[in-house]
Design a protein around this ligand. Structure first.
Ligand SMILES: [Zn+2]
Length: 1000
């Protein structure tokens, strides 16, 4: 605004002044207001600016903060990222390391595994090599290695009698003895379930950490030719007790050994039974085992069998559980015993029983319907057990004794501990249907097997080398028992038949010592089937007993039994006991008889009133052997009261007659007899003068039956060995005219058969004359005995009757043939006729067959009918042993073929092989024609030897010997080799004898 300034008037001036001042004031105020406003505006602006600045600052802060935040986050993120990256890297690194390590590990592991596998392969290879090496060592050994020893067998068997198969299992508690991975035991003809094989170790302490460790074998080998089962485990087995389990299958065979089938008829139906025969080495055919006599163990047997059958084993039954058609039978555990004595019989039987004074239950089991025929054996068994308890001074060891008749049986009997098995003909008897000879057979068989319950079962041979002692002793003691039970039978005289058989076989070049080393298990059979060992064994025991005296012998024997009860012993152990009891050099004395073959002939002659003795080996061939023995010489002069005993230890010895006082007035009768009562196992050759005196003594009955027997038998043997002419023998035989003593006359008859055959070969024209001589020799005795039993007559007369009439029939004495025929016809009409007593049946059958020819077959066919109709085995065997007596070769052939038919039991065939003199060529041709079948059927047992021996031995020409040798050249099996050699040697002996008789 624009205003112009002018000087105001005094009132007016004052008003002007006031106006001016008011204007100034207003102006001032305005200016102040403006200033204030400006100030305010400025302040406001400042505030706004401030605000804006603050805001800006705030924003800045916030931005910065945000930026910072972002940066921090970013940093964080980066950190995290980095960290993550780092971690990842680290992890990666770790993983890499780990991977690397794993790879390295894997590599190392692979290397290790490779090395391990390689080592394992090498180990396995080494193991296999060592296994193979050991297998080679195990083959062909006579005995099992004793890596483990069995303590106890738990056997289960289930035979099927329809299919003839069996299944079984065995758990054998063993003691592992040495550090080895091998277990070796016997097995034969069994199929072993390999998967079932296991061995469980039982640590000695119950709280042991590795308890019941179950091991499976790495290698399982069956070596058939050695009959062993070899188990080889990965590592050595822990020493100590363990359990070996095996399951297996087998067949009830038809070979009469192991676990086999026998047949019987019941109500007209043919049935099977299951039977065992283990001696010597056939337990292994029934269950895997340590099949050696010294490996004694306890046996616990369980059988699953048809519930209607009788099932027997060594021990009494403790439990029988019937489940329908089957029953499970458990038997009490046995005391320790050898495997060959374990036995089982399953079949249909009846029994009779009795208790001994000690409460032992004794039973005889027979076929149903025949049980009454078991009573005699039962009575004999009870009385024999009582006798043996005294004799051995130890009671019978088991709680029961069963004796069972088995229809198919390869041997006479078998002494299984507590369960004795018998061929029926050796166990059953009654006085109505059987001959006196059958009765005696039963007594000897029962007494023999029961003797084994002590001598054999309680004290067992250590090894088969000592088998001769086992058998020889049982045979010897069986005579002791029979003599005790039936003194009137004079069985000690009959014992000479056993001695003679032993002397005959041991006089062959092809003989062997009775105590033999066994180099392979196969050889056991050979000695087991060898009768010479039994017979010579019994004879040398008899010689020793009579040298030491009965009382001393029995006392020493009892101490031996006591010492070795439930254990095993060697021959030397018995000698040691006898040496201790007697003070005599028993071992040295007996070794000369058991460890070398053969025996001496002691020649005795009188020179300058001295008796000169000289020993040399007797050989039936007539050649000289170089053996020498310690011979217990016994002699009498003129009387049994004048006697002298000494040991002939050198080649020769002299004895002054002055040492043997004699009644001078009876000089003619002052005979000298060596080997008094024939207790020594040797032969005696007297000079002519001494022989004449003995002949005189025989004629005048000065000598005992045993001595009469011995003089005759020695003379016969010397004649066969061409050390004496046939004439001397016949002269001596003449001195026995009217002889009635059973054993002596029986031997005289046997010798006459052999002489007849030699005479027929040497001088057929002489034959009739010789026959007539024998008829005359025996007729007196025959007439005295008659055809029928006499009231109150002796057992021996009853036995003799049959033999004498048989002899007269064989020599063709016409009245005998006629009378026999008459009686036979009566028998055909009435099987109970008194005209044909069982004692003379054989004589009648032989007489009937002597008249049979292809144009006159009646007798032959009648006998076959008798055979088919009877159910008595004794009757059947009697027919069989007569059928080949015909002089007609075509009938002989028919009879021989009948033997091979299914109508004849396997073991009975051998009874028909002793053919008539006229039939020997036919028999030989038949043997050749049927050899393949015969060898297949009988080749696994000892029966095959009978075929060879019976058919070959009767020949008497060198040409025949060659022919026989040629035939067998590529057919000789080990089982027959010894018999064949002996039989051919006999043919040579006969041939030489024939030559010498021709030259007489
Ligand atoms: Zn025996």
């Amino acid at each position: 605004m624009g205003q112009t300034q002018s000087s105001p008037p005094p009132d007016r001036e004052r008003e002007q002044e006031n106006a001016r001042r008011r204007r100034e004031e207003e102006e001032e105020n305005a200016r102040r207001r403006r200033e204030e406003e400006e100030e305010n505006a400025r302040r406001r602006r400042e505030e706004e600016e401030e605000e804006a600045r603050r805001k800006r600052e705030e924003e800045e802060d916030a931005r910065r903060k945000r930026e910072e935040e972002d940066a921090r986050r970013k940093r964080d993120e980066e950190d995290a990222k980095r960290k993550k990256k780092e971690e990842e890297a680290k992890r990666q690194k770790e993983e890499d390391a780990k991977k690397k390590k794993a790879e390295e590990d894997a590599k190392r592991k692979k290397e290790e595994e490779d090395a391990k596998r390689k080592k394992e392969e090498e180990d396995a290879k080494a193991k296999f090599e060592s296994h193979k090496k050991m297998m080679e060592q195990l083959k062909g050994q006579p005995q099992l290695p004793k890596f483990a020893v069995p303590k106890r067998y738990d056997i289960w068997l289930k035979p099927n009698l329809s299919t003839c198969k069996f299944v079984g299992s065995v758990a054998i508690e063993l003691n592992i003895m040495v550090d080895t991975s091998f277990i070796v035991l016997n097995v034969a003809e069994l199929s072993i379930d390999t998967a079932s094989l296991s061995f469980t170790h039982h640590p000695a302490t119950a709280n042991s950490s590795n308890s019941n460790q179950v091991l499976k074998p790495l290698y399982v080998d069956v070596v058939e030719e050695d009959e062993i089962l070899v188990l080889d485990f990965a590592d050595a087995l822990p020493i100590g007790i363990g359990l070996l389990t095996i399951t297996f299958k087998g067949t009830l065979n038809d070979k009469m050994k192991g676990f086999y089938r026998s047949t019987y008829e019941h109500n007209g139906e043919k049935k099977n039974m299951a039977v065992t025969q283990f001696e010597p080495t056939d337990a292994r055919r029934c269950f895997p085992c340590w099949d050696e006599p010294a490996c004694k163990a306890m046996f616990k047997i369980t059988l699953d069998v048809p519930s209607q059958l009788v099932a027997l084993s060594n021990m009494p039954i403790i439990e029988e559980k019937v489940d329908g058609d089957l029953k499970t039978v458990s038997y009490q555990e046995s005391p320790i015993m050898s495997t060959y004595l374990v036995a089982i019989v399953v079949g249909l039987f009846d029994y009779v029983e009795h208790l001994t004074s000690d409460g032992i239950k004794v039973r005889v089991y027979c076929q149903v319907g025949k049980v009454n025929q078991g009573n005699f054996a039962l009575d004999v068994a009870i009385r024999t057990l009582e006798l043996y308890k005294e004799y051995f001074a130890v009671p019978y060891f088991l709680p029961k004794l069963d004796m069972v008749a088995i229809p198919d049986f390869a041997f006479g009997a078998m002494e299984n501990y507590g369960l004795v098995t018998f061929c029926e003909t050796n166990l059953i008897y009654d006085n109505q249907h059987f001959a006196a000879a059958n009765k005696q057979r039963v007594v000897i068989a029962v007494a023999h097997e029961l003797a084994h319950q002590w001598f054999g079962n309680l004290v067992t041979m250590d090894w088969w080398t000592h088998l001769w002692l086992n058998e020889g002793f049982a045979t010897w003691v069986s005579y002791l028992a029979a003599n005790h039970l039936f003194p009137e039978w004079e069985v000690w005289t009959q014992f000479l038949n056993d001695c003679t058989e032993g002397l005959r076989l041991d006089g062959l070049t092809e003989s062997h010592p009775i105590e033999v080393e066994i180099n392979h298990a196969r050889e056991i059979d050979e000695i087991f089937f060898d009768t010479m060992s039994d017979k010579k064994g019994a004879s040398v025991i008899q010689m020793l007993q009579s040298y030491l005296g009965a009382e001393c012998f029995q006392r020493s024997l009892a101490s031996y039994i006591k010492k070795f009860a439930c254990s095993n012993a060697k021959t030397e152990d018995l000698w040691a006991a006898l040496e201790e009891g007697s003070g005599e050099p028993v071992n040295q004395l007996m070794n000369s008889w058991t460890k070398q073959k053969g025996y001496p002939v002691v020649s005795v002659k009188v020179k300058d009133r001295k008796l000169v003795f000289e020993q040399s080996q007797f050989l039936a061939s007539g050649s000289l052997g170089d053996g020498q023995w310690i011979v217990p010489i016994t002699l009498c002069r003129g009387s049994y009261d004048v006697h002298k005993n000494f040991l002939l230890q050198t080649k020769s010895e002299t004895l002054d007659m002055k040492e043997l006082p004699s009644d001078g007035s009876k000089l003619a009768s002052s005979w000298v007899k060596l080997n008094v009562n024939q207790t020594g196992f040797y032969r005696v050759k007297y000079d002519e003068d001494l022989a004449a005196k003995l002949r005189y003594a025989i004629e005048n009955k000065y000598l005992s039956a045993t001595d009469r027997f011995g003089i005759l038998d020695d003379s016969f043997a010397l004649c066969m060995a061409r050390q004496q002419p046939l004439n001397s023998l016949l002269t001596l035989m003449g001195a026995y005219s009217g002889e009635l003593e059973y054993t002596v006359l029986s031997n005289l008859i046997n010798i006459s058969y052999k002489v007849e055959r030699i005479a027929a070969d040497a001088n057929p024209e002489l034959l009739e004359c010789i026959k007539q001589f024998f008829i005359t020799l025996f007729l007196r005795s025959a007439m005295k005995l008659g055809w029928e039993p006499k009231k109150g007559e002796s057992h021996l007369d009853a036995m003799l009757r049959g033999e004498v009439w048989t002899a007269l029939a064989v020599f063709g004495y016409d009245p005998t043939l006629k009378e026999a025929s008459r009686r036979f016809h009566a028998f055909l009409d009435d099987r109970n006729t008194p005209l044909l007593h069982p004692d003379i049946r054989k004589a009648a059958y032989v007489a009937v067959m002597r008249r049979v020819s292809s144009s006159n077959r009646f007798g032959f066919e009648s006998l076959l009918r008798v055979y088919r109709e009877t159910d008595l085995n004794q009757e059947k065997t009697c027919v069989l042993s007569s059928l080949t007596s015909s002089p007609d070769p075509s009938i002989i052939l028919e009879a021989l073929n009948f033997l091979l038919s299914s109508e004849v039991r396997t073991q009975d065939v051998v009874l028909g092989l002793a053919v008539s003199r006229e039939g020997r060529e036919t028999a030989w041709a038949w043997l050749k024609d049927n050899w393949e079948h015969i060898s297949k059927t009988w080749g696994s047992g000892y029966l095959i030897t009978h075929f060879v021996n019976s058919i070959v031995s009767p020949f008497a020409s060198f040409e025949k010997a060659n022919e026989i040798e040629e035939f067998f050249a590529n057919r000789a099996e080990p089982k027959i080799s010894r018999t064949l050699k002996q039989s051919i040697e006999q043919v040579h002996i006969n041939a030489n004898w024939v030559q010498s008789v021709k030259n007489e």
